[in-house]
Design a protein around this ligand. Structure first.
Ligand SMILES: *[C@@H]1O[C@H](CO)[C@@H](O)[C@H](O)[C@H]1NC(C)=O
Ligand SMILES: *[C@@H]1O[C@H](CO)[C@@H](O)[C@H](O)[C@H]1NC(C)=O
Ligand SMILES: *[C@@H]1O[C@H](CO)[C@@H](O)[C@H](O)[C@H]1NC(C)=O
Ligand SMILES: *[C@@H]1O[C@H](CO)[C@@H](O)[C@H](O)[C@H]1NC(C)=O
Ligand SMILES: *[C@@H]1O[C@H](CO)[C@@H](O)[C@H](O)[C@H]1NC(C)=O
Ligand SMILES: *[C@@H]1O[C@H](CO)[C@@H](O)[C@H](O)[C@H]1NC(C)=O
Ligand SMILES: [Ca+2]
Length: 900
């Protein structure tokens, strides 16, 4: 018996609806059976005039037809019933579980075992062979299970896989002499209480743990029975117990050739003989006949004798490997699903389903005895048909990307809004445009979040290109300009004068010049403001590139040769150089740069429009439509006229990435911390986006810009912690501390789906979870190395103090660790589940713990069981693999029926 009951029926009642649908879904999917061969193509049978049962074969005869049940079915042909092969006292020959299926059966093995090649026996799986069983230190394989052990100076954490360093002797459970053989729990008043791993029971001395059949089949090969003295093993009737009292020996190990036949002589039904064929000769050798009854054997030639030798299923299964059936023509052997009958008509051989059409698997197919398993590439998820792989839509998850997310098959990409730069794969930080070439501004560059702007010194104003500065208008210039505007406004006024209602805007002030009483039919037009047209009966500002025409009472595209860069206007501005070629061919211009004739990079002119001049030697201009070029500085020349970047300047040395050229000293200087430069020959370094910075100076890549903020979200019910800059590499010399303090009567469950910490630097980077900051307080989890297998565990203490520390050495991706707090009434069930190695044994189970959507749903329900009802039956059925449901089912039923 594993888990003791809690005696809290309400908890059980709450859990029952949660898991019941899971339990109901553990049915076998159809579709893995082999199709039976097509029936013969004649007469009644062919024309479908027969009344043979669906599970019968129809055989045409000269006058009529014959129905006979297919193998695996019994009956007279018009009625065929499935034979339950598992019903016999030999359990279908299966040593663990036998599963009857229509027309056939299948043996399955308990967790920790795999089907042997004979399809009946089960063999221990050596979990340690794959990925060290998920053990951080040492993996020890035992019959039906495995065990992780830790090196000297470490002890196994409650999750049974990772090891905690025992740096110094602490109190109670942190003292190595705590005496518990498995799990030590702090108890009130500094004492300890021992607990055992799932499948073990606490011994009478309250310290030792006694194995039960619930863990690794009690170490038994075949059958396990719990007794007061521990598990008692026994073997399937056809097998023999090894002297170790656990393993079972297959019959062929005892009798190399067990086949013996029963024969009878025609006419003397009572005369039975046993025939033993010689080893290595099965069909061809004439069997030696031994008299087994005191009657004479008819002497005849060997051929006759052989024909007369009849096999029957009653003895040695008729020589069949698997299913045997007596028929009028002799025994008929057949094989279960996943096996094919060999030419000898008796032996069953595993079919390698993967050889044909990849077993129907979308991605990977792995053959197993009697079956096969499909699995998917990273970024894909196996669907419940257990064959198809579906792309995981990472974009449908919360927090995947800061801004926009683009899903691709097997992967995803994040993108940032304009003015932001991507860092750490998924995050967006403000771009500091001013760090590169002063943002292109001629005078002052001011960075803002999501944008930047150029500003001008006093007595200057920004050019229309918003980068250059031009001398401001003096009073006479202002008068001229105002007169011009006034004339234009009056023209507009006249045009509109006969309309019943209009506005005039002067110096930004709305003036209501005249107003006739509106006609009722145009009543709705009345409410539209200046520069607004109507769409239906709504007023809409005319967009940039258009203006409101008072005569036509609608928004009109700016005519060729004009532009308007603001919305809700009543005129368009003339293009700066209407005479330029192309200037008159740009209706709906949004801004002056669309007017045409713009100066190209490497060029300039007084207003940024043609005719343009090439930048002089010693100057460059990377942008179009500019009024000047930037000097290289330091008296440097350029290789040619019309240079477009600083790289065209003839510097004395060429700076490598991570450096910039100082034009005063003519040397390359390392980019300071917080900046990077990926290119050769630059005179600047790019500022890291947003609130990120680099660990060191001389950075060459934006990936070195890291956010140092300790991430995560701590909630009372669910939350997560993550290493800074996750999923980008975490910064050097960082220290993060979190505390989780659950509400009353709640305990913490944590899942570490994967964690990436470089092992190289001698545990310089580590994550530790313990009760308090004190290094000898109860520790739940501790690691300083990469561990890609997911691990789930409950906290040993009620609250948790979590610390992540990195040193200046290597860095890695770190972790994102979700947690949930659950009602402590479920504690035993949850601990039973998460400490069970089977949760981690299967690839598909591991995927559950890495599947963010699933974890979210699981946590959602664990935190608030009533949320279960948010999920439809279909959704919950599709969420979990069947083996996971099986695992849960055994746990939950033991939890709900502890008395059993
Ligand atoms: C031998 O035959 C007799 C009848 O002739 C029968 O009763 C007996 O069971 C047989 N013995 C064996 C070993 O088959
Ligand atoms: C003008 O519009 C073009 C295209 O719409 C845009 O690329 C450019 O940056 C704009 N220029 C200014 C000065 O707003
Ligand atoms: C404006 O220019 C476009 C492009 O050349 C031309 O198709 C259109 O007719 C012009 N419109 C006017 C009013 O000249
Ligand atoms: C270039 O070096 C000089 C002299 O060391 C220093 O004063 C100046 O600030 C440096 N320029 C830049 C852009 O760092
Ligand atoms: C940077 O940090 C400040 C506070 O430290 C915060 O207000 C701001 O939103 C952060 N900016 C970004 C882009 O994260
Ligand atoms: C930055 O580094 C990443 C990964 O090391 C690489 O893929 C990328 O091309 C680099 N970017 C630049 C601009 O060198
Ligand atoms: Ca910015």
């Amino acid at each position: 018996m594993g888990v003791a009951g809690l005696g809290c029926p309400w908890a059980a009642r709450a859990l029952l609806p949660l898991l019941l649908p899971l339990l109901l879904t553990a049915a076998v999917p159809p579709g893995r059976g082999r199709a039976a061969g097509p029936p013969e193509d004649v007469d009644e049978c062919a024309q479908g005039l027969d009344d043979c049962h669906t599970n019968a074969l129809c055989q045409n005869t000269p006058t009529s037809y014959k129905c006979s049940c297919r193998p695996g079915y019994q009956g007279e042909g018009r009625q065929c019933e499935d034979i339950d092969e598992c019903e016999n006292e030999l359990n279908g020959g299966c040593v663990h579980d036998c599963l009857n299926i229509p027309g056939n059966y299948r043996c399955t093995c308990f967790d920790g075992f795999m089907l042997a090649h004979d399809g009946h026996n089960c063999l221990d799986v050596d979990e340690c062979l794959e990925n060290n069983g998920g053990c951080q230190h040492t993996c020890v394989n035992v019959m039906g299970s495995y065990e992780c052990r830790c090196k000297e100076g470490f002890f196994l954490s409650d999750n049974q896989h990772t090891c905690i360093h025992r740096s110094e002797e602490g109190l109670s459970c942190m003292n190595k002499n705590h005496g518990c053989s498995h799990i030590c729990k702090e108890a009130p008043r500094g004492s300890v209480a021992c607990e055992c791993r799932p499948g073990f029971e606490l011994a009478k001395n309250q310290r030792d743990c006694t194995l039960t059949c619930n863990h690794g089949n009690g170490g038994c090969h075949h059958s396990c029975e719990d007794t007061a003295e521990g598990p008692e093993c026994s073997c399937h009737p056809q097998y023999k117990m090894h002297t170790d009292g656990r393993s079972c020996l297959a019959p062929f190990q005892m009798f190399p050739n067990p086949r013996f036949f029963l024969s009878w002589t025609e006419g003397s039904g009572a005369n039975l003989k046993l025939a033993f064929p010689k080893v290595s000769e099965r069909e061809d050798a004439a069997p030696e006949v031994m008299e087994s009854n005191a009657t004479s054997v008819a002497d005849g030639d060997k051929r006759v004798k052989r024909r007369l030798l009849m096999e029957t299923c009653a003895v040695n299964n008729g020589g069949c490997d698997r299913t045997c059936k007596d028929t009028s023509t002799g025994v008929h052997c057949s094989c279960p699903v996943g096996f094919s009958l060999q030419l000898d008509g008796k032996t069953c051989k595993d079919i390698d389903e993967c050889q044909t059409r990849n077993g129907g698997c979308d991605h990977f197919c792995k053959n197993t005895v009697g079956s096969f398993d499909c699995s998917c590439k990273k970024g894909f998820k196996l669907l419940t048909d257990e064959k198809s792989c579906q792309d995981v839509d990472e974009c449908s998850l919360d927090r995947t990307c800061d801004h926009s997310c683009i899903n691709h098959p097997g992967t995803f990409a994040c993108a940032c809004n304009k003015g932001y730069t991507l860092y750490g794969f998924t995050h967006c930080g403000d771009t500091n445009e001013c760090s590169v070439n002063n943002g292109g501004c001629q005078q002052v560059c001011v960075n803002t979040v999501g944008s930047y702007e150029c500003r001008c010194h006093p007595a200057h104003k920004l050019h229309w290109n918003r980068k250059d500065c031009v001398a401001s208008c003096d009073p006479s210039c202002i008068i001229k300009r105002t007169e011009k505007r006034l004339r234009k406004a009056i023209r507009t006024l006249r045009k509109a004068a006969h309309r019943e209602q209009f506005h005039l805007q002067l110096s930004g002030v709305d003036l209501e010049v005249a107003k006739k009483s509106p006609q009722t039919s145009e009543h709705w037009a009345e409410s539209c403001g200046v520069g607004q047209g109507h769409v239906g009966n709504q007023c809409v500002s005319c967009r940039a590139g258009t203006y409101y025409d008072g005569v036509q009472e609608r928004c009109i595209l700016c005519p060729n040769g004009t532009f308007q860069n603001e919305e809700g206007q009543i005129t368009c501005e003339p293009c700066p150089r209407p005479e330029n070629p192309g200037a008159l061919e740009t209706p709906e211009a949004w801004n002056a740069s669309e007017c045409g004739g713009l100066c190209q990079p490497g060029e300039y002119s007084a207003d940024g429009f043609a005719p343009c001049q090439l930048c002089a030697l010693g100057t460059f201009q990377p942008e179009a439509g500019r009024t000047s070029c930037f000097p290289c500085g330091g008296g440097l020349l350029t290789k040619h006229l019309g240079a477009t970047s600083f790289q065209d300047c003839e510097t004395r040395v060429q700076c490598s990435p991570g450096h910039f050229y100082n034009t005063t000293t003519h040397r390359c200087i390392r980019c300071p911390a917080g900046t990077y430069q990926p290119e050769f020959g630059k005179n600047n370094c790019v500022s890291c986006p947003g609130n990120t910075t680099t660990d060191f100076d001389g950075s060459t890549n934006i990936t070195q810009c890291k956010n140092r903020r300790c991430g995560g979200e701590l909630g009372d019910f669910t939350g997560y912690i993550e290493s800074p800059n996750y999923p980008g590499n975490y910064p050097a010399n960082t220290e993060c501390t979190w505390t989780i303090n659950p509400p009353p009567k709640r305990r913490i469950l944590i899942v570490v789906p994967e964690i990436f910490l470089p092992i190289e630097d001698d545990c310089g980077d580590y994550l530790v979870m313990r009760k308090t900051a004190s290094s000898n307080s109860v520790t739940t989890y501790e690691t300083c190395q990469t561990y890609e297998r997911p691990i789930a565990f409950t906290s040993r203490s009620k609250k948790l103090w979590i610390q992540f520390k990195s040193n200046e050495g290597n860095s890695a991706r770190g972790f994102q660790v979700p947690y949930v707090t659950y009602d402590e009434d479920y504690q035993e069930l949850i601990e039973d589940i998460v400490r069970d190695g089977r949760l981690y044994a299967s690839e598909n189970h591991q995927e559950i713990l890495k599947d963010k959507k699933l974890i979210k749903a699981l946590f959602d329900v664990l935190a608030h069981p009533q949320n279960y009802f948010k999920y439809t039956a279909q959704e919950s059925r599709e969420m979990f693999p069947r083996s996971f449901i099986r695992l849960l089912r055994s746990k939950v039923s033991r939890f709900l029926r502890p008395y059993k």
